[in-house]
Design a protein around this ligand. Structure first.
Ligand code: ADP
Length: 306
């Protein structure tokens, strides 16, 4: 035997995609110019098309999606993402495959994810949170009108374009509600952001209100710097979600109206949560500065809106 032995749990990295990625059907090509990040199944690269327009390409190695279940999931993500065109959803430009990979050509979000930004900033100001939330809710309203539930709204799936505008991405867990009143029963999401009915009302299932819950978790996280139910292990997170146990640390000095809005959204009963429209008309949005623009310097420092 030659070469380095692979340890039992070590992730086997698929070969890098070609430097020139070709969509043979459309006769266009993309030059790979950088690496942006990696997720569960995919690696994401920055590319330039033939007109030197920069884009992101999400590459899924076919060897990593051998099971029928994984293939179905990927095609569902592509189908749903392709359906959606909205200023606050990552634009889906093209999709093709070669022998090794499936490629999704996406709008490039220059300023990375809100999660990366939060790591640098620690927390955001209330005016910034208003700016981000209005855009996130607009994207959610549109998805819900299109009968799509995102089901994995979290800071890591909210990307920022060159103007610090929010773009919702990663439709990997999204579901289409095909008949009015249909409910979904698959337990999915990310522990810190998952709505209680997904975990504890599996018989009845869940619907659009799970995204509203995640909007509440996102708002809390933007203002406090960590998710409300965060704790050392997943079981303990679920226990806290079930008990609706979270607090607003006094030293963080969150406004009363922000606290009220978050508490109203994080209602364990999905039917008692506010609608997206009701959230937008909450007094918190009118309780202080509402910036029309966030400077890219906000990636590192709190802007002064006074
Ligand atoms: P995950 O599987 O972690 O939910 P993705 O597979 O969608 O996320 O993306 C992995 C990483 O690639 C992201 O965390 C981000 O850093 C980067 N990325 C994804 N999409 C884009 C994009 N459109 N523009 C810029 N960076 C992106």
């Amino acid at each position: 035997m030659t070469g380095t032995p692979v340890k039992k749990h070590e992730k086997i990295m698929p070969p890098s995609p070609p430097l020139t990625i070709k969509d043979r059907e459309r006769g266009c090509s993309y030059s790979r110019v950088g690496f942006l990040g990696e997720g569960g199944f995919a690696r994401v690269y920055e590319v330039q098309d033939q007109r030197a327009t920069r884009r992101a390409v999400k590459v899924v190695n076919k060897a990593s999606i051998k099971t029928k279940k994984n293939k179905t999931k990927l095609w569902a993500e592509i189908k749903l993402h392709q359906m959606l065109t909205h200023p606050h959803i990552v634009r889906f430009d093209d999709c093709f495959e070669d022998d090794e990979n499936v490629y999704m050509v996406l709008e490039l979000c220059d300023n990375g994810s809100l999660m990366d930004c939060l790591r640098r900033r620690k927390r955001f100001t209330e005016p910034e949170a208003r700016f981000f939330l209005v855009q996130l809710i607009a994207a959610c309203q549109y998805m819900h009108q299109m009968n799509v539930i995102h089901r994995d709204l979290k800071l890591g799936n909210l990307f920022l374009d060159a103007n610090m505008g929010v773009k919702v991405g990663d439709l990997g867990l999204a579901a289409l509600i095909e008949k009015p009143g249909d409910r979904k029963k698959t337990i999915c999401g990310t522990p810190n952001y998952i709505a209680p009915e997904v975990l504890f009302d599996t018989a009845n299932g869940h619907s659009f209100e799970v995204d509203v819950w995640s909007v509440g978790v996102i708002l809390y996280t933007l203002l406090i710097g960590k998710p409300p139910f965060q704790t050392k292990d997943v079981k303990a997170i679920y226990k806290r979600i079930r008990e609706n146990r979270y607090e607003f640390p006094a030293e963080k000095q969150i406004s009363q109206s922000a606290q009220e809005l978050i508490m109203s959204i994080l209602n364990t009963d999905p039917d008692k949560r506010p609608t997206l429209e009701a959230i937008l008309s909450h007094k918190w949005f009118f309780d202080g500065p509402f910036p029309s623009y966030i400077p890219p310097s906000a990636n590192d420092f709190a802007p002064d809106f006074s």
